[in-house]
Design a protein around this ligand. Structure first.
Ligand SMILES: [Zn+2]
Ligand SMILES: [Zn+2]
Length: 306
């Protein structure tokens, strides 16, 4: 037995698994907390947005105002939340922005349907995004530079195109279609968001890797105790993980275990090839191999002396 197998055999897996679980739980909580902290603005906004869009379906004007204020407060990047009637008249503006009074109508920029010009400020162009996309963009980094470039590429023939401010816009309609809600947001990138996600991914990979190696080590130790080619089984499980583990357990359970030393023995062995103890004997009645623990013969049903 070389040094490596020696140390693997001495591993106390109960302790190791307990330590591993504690480590994994603490790591997951710490990472989730860290990511949550970095994305706190985005998360509070996403949460409020989903609540708002769910509730907007059946809300009265007064309730919409209240929820619109909560939504506007949830993120520093919201330019405004507007409540409009069917004639595009602004009934309510949460942030009292320049779009917050009078008539606010939108029209496509040239032939680009996802870019909208408005009736209030000709220096502002809105990038229309679907609700889900809008929501995701607040949590994950939205590639706004690309949007801006797309817009400039598409509108290159337009004069002064690059001087226009680009906002993101999405809308909701109230349950009976009486009200429209426009949500206008400043595109932004969460500071440190990318590194936070990378750290989270790295910790996740680490946790899985440790589990992966531990499983292979356990199989190595277990098969060594059962005298079952530990290097072979350890390697199989190291490569195939769960699949290899299942094959190993099936193989092992198909064999007998020597009651004296724990070595795995083929079904028809009468004596352990490792320690020489008797494992099975033959039935006196029919000559069939009978396991030492069996009370009756599987071939003829004869009661076995124990
Ligand atoms: Zn034995
Ligand atoms: Zn028998």
């Amino acid at each position: 037995m070389n040094k490596l197998s020696n140390s693997i055999v001495q591993l106390n897996f109960k302790k190791i698994v307990r330590t591993y679980i504690i480590f994994a739980v603490i790591a997951v909580i710490a990472v989730a907390g860290g990511v949550g902290f970095v994305f706190r603005d985005s998360l509070s906004y996403a949460w409020q947005y989903s609540k708002f869009s769910e509730a907007a379906k059946s809300m009265k004007e007064e309730d919409i105002r209240k929820e619109a204020d909560k939504l506007a407060e949830s993120s520093e990047n919201l330019v405004d939340v507007l409540l409009l009637n069917g004639k595009n008249e602004v009934l309510y503006s949460s942030n009292k922005s320049e779009f917050g009074s009078g008539k606010f109508s939108l029209s496509p920029v040239e032939d680009m349907n996802s870019y909208l010009a408005n009736s209030i400020d000709e220096n502002v162009v809105f990038k229309f995004v679907k609700g889900e996309e809008f929501l995701l963009s607040s949590v994950f980094d939205f590639n706004f530079e690309k949007i801006q470039k797309d817009y400039e590429d598409a509108a290159f023939y337009e004069e002064n195109h690059s001087e226009k401010t680009l906002y993101m816009l999405t809308y909701l309609v109230s349950g009976n279609g009486e009200y429209k809600v426009y949500i206008i947001s400043n595109p932004y990138t969460t500071e440190g968001g990318e590194s936070a996600l990378s750290v989270a991914a790295a910790v996740g990979v680490l946790i899985i890797m440790i589990y992966w190696v531990l499983l292979a080590l356990w199989v190595y130790q277990n098969s060594m105790k059962a005298k079952l080619k530990p290097f072979f089984w350890g390697t199989v499980v190291l490569i195939t993980n769960i699949a290899g583990l299942l094959v190993y357990l099936m193989y092992k359970n198909g064999n007998n275990v020597c009651p004296a030393c724990g070595a795995s023995q083929e079904k028809n062995h009468q004596f352990c090839t490792n320690c020489g103890s008797q494992i099975e004997h033959r039935c006196k009645n029919c000559g069939m191999y009978v396991s030492k623990n069996d009370s009756f013969c599987s071939g003829c049903g004869e009661k076995q002396a124990r």
